[in-house]
Design a protein around this ligand. Structure first.
Ligand code: MTE
Length: 322
């Protein structure tokens, strides 16, 4: 079991997590603030709806490592990455891995719609036949000031954009996570703007770093990490990396994303990592490496400036970093 002891330097989680933003709404909505914390200890199996869900088996999945994107830090132990998660559809704690075993990973389809040559639905297996998988070690920086370094397996987001055949006028790509009331307990809570939605500009989506991950650590993606397919945009705060993507929409209007809808002043559209721009309630100067007590300085663009900074040179009037 992962026991987390708070040190002096740590942000109390109730202050740091995005969930704190919505607790107020919860209280107003139903006097349920206390219930947010009154979660039973993790069971061996997910028990949502009275049904037991056994742990999902992961399959081996390997692909050649693309050395252009080495993480520059020790890889985080897999057990930490797969047991300390943000997946609000399954609960507001970090301890959602058991509940997430109920995620209906197969069959999986992705709807592609909006400003595209033709709306369509693509099966996950069909999609994988049309792309070339590779492994990339990326640093991930959560807005809550923790970080991890993960060997993801996936393919460039640009490949999906190409297959989708967007129209010339499309300016944004919107990612919608699955929102399944039958398996995701929090999706029943109407005060969240489900489905979880994230967005990128077309230019960001075409950036070589933007990646769709379908596995990690040489295996298919665990449900709690966003199976079967999730976004991985390592120069942005982790909430931009939407999990379990069920729909991709192309549009000429900037989308209002999940966290933006809940608290725009704290979680904006751009959300690029910058240690010099504090979150309204805590510093972003340093980050805790998951699986250890080590604190390290945070880098602007999470250290990926050479790949991405140029995209923002003309965006001087935008709130790029929060
Ligand atoms: N995607 C969905 N659908 N739901 C979520 O709650 N949390 C985000 C992001 N993607 C989230 C999500 C946040 S805040 C982070 S930091 C990362 O997923 C965490 O990914 P991990 O659990 O694989 O570490």
């Amino acid at each position: 079991m992962h026991i987390h002891r708070r040190r002096g330097w740590e942000i109390p989680e109730r202050l740091a997590t995005p969930e704190a933003v919505v607790l107020g709404r919860r209280a107003v909505a139903g006097g349920l603030a206390a219930a947010a914390f009154a979660r039973p200890a993790a069971a061996q199996w997910s028990l949502f709806g009275g049904k037991k869900t056994p742990p999902q088996e992961l399959s081996p999945l390997t692909a050649p490592r693309n050395k252009t994107y080495e993480g520059g830090r020790a890889i985080t132990p897999e057990r930490n990455v797969s047991s300390y998660n943000n997946f609000y559809e399954f609960g507001m704690s970090k301890d959602v891995a058991d509940a997430a075993q109920a995620l209906p990973v197969r069959p999986w389809t992705i709807a592609i719609d909006g400003m595209v040559k033709q709306n369509r639905t693509i099966g996950y297996d069909d999609l994988l036949k049309q792309v070339k998988l590779e492994e990339r070690v990326y640093r991930h920086r959560c807005v809550e000031a923790w970080a991890m370094t993960v060997p993801w397996i996936g393919f460039p987001l640009a490949d999906l954009v190409r297959l989708a055949e967007p129209l010339a006028g499309a300016q944004y790509v919107v990612f919608h996570s699955l929102a399944d009331e039958k398996t995701m307990p929090e999706v029943k809570q109407a005060w969240y703007p489900w489905p979880y939605t994230e967005g990128l500009t077309m230019q960001e989506a075409a950036n070589e770093l933007a990646f769709l991950s379908v596995g990690m650590y040489g295996k298919t993606m665990p449900p709690q990490n966003g199976a079967p397919i999730r976004l991985t945009v390592p120069w942005k705060y982790g909430f931009k990396s939407a999990k379990s993507i069920a729909r991709v929409t192309f549009t000429d209007k900037r989308p209002t994303t999940f966290w933006e809808a809940l608290q725009d002043s704290e979680y904006g559209f751009w959300a690029n990592v910058n240690p010099a721009v504090p979150h309204p309630r805590w510093s972003q100067a340093r980050e805790r490496l998951l699986g250890s007590d080590e604190m390290v300085p945070t880098q602007i663009w999470n250290g990926y400036g050479p790949f991405v900074a140029g995209m923002y040179a003309d965006k001087t009037n935008e709130r790029l970093f929060a």
